[in-house]
Design a protein around this ligand. Structure first.
Ligand code: SF4
Length: 59
C-alpha cells in the first residue's frame, strides 16, 4: 500500500522526498505538506522511517 501522509502532522520538511528512490513524493508548497504519487510508489518504505514526526503510515 502506498504511504498515507497525515497532513495535520506533516511539516513539509522534505526528508521523505529526499529518501524516496523513485521520487514518488513531492512537497506541495501551497499546502506545505508531502504528496505521494501512488502510480510511482514501489512500497519501498524509506519515507516512513525517515519522517521525523511520524506523519507517514504504511499499512
Ligand atoms: S518527512 Fe514527514 S514531516 Fe517531512 S515532508 Fe515528509 S511526511 Fe512531512
Amino acid at each position: 500500500m502506498p504511504p498515507k501522509i497525515n497532513k495535520e502532522e506533516c511539516t513539509g520538511c522534505g526528508t521523505c522526498a529526499e529518501e524516496c528512490p523513485v521520487e514518488a513524493i513531492v512537497i506541495d508548497e501551497d499546502e506545505g505538506c508531502a504528496v505521494v504519487d501512488e502510480d510511482e510508489c514501489i512500497d519501498y518504505g524509506a519515507c516512513e522511517e525517515a519522517c521525523p514526526v511520524q506523519a507517514i503510515e504504511i499499512r
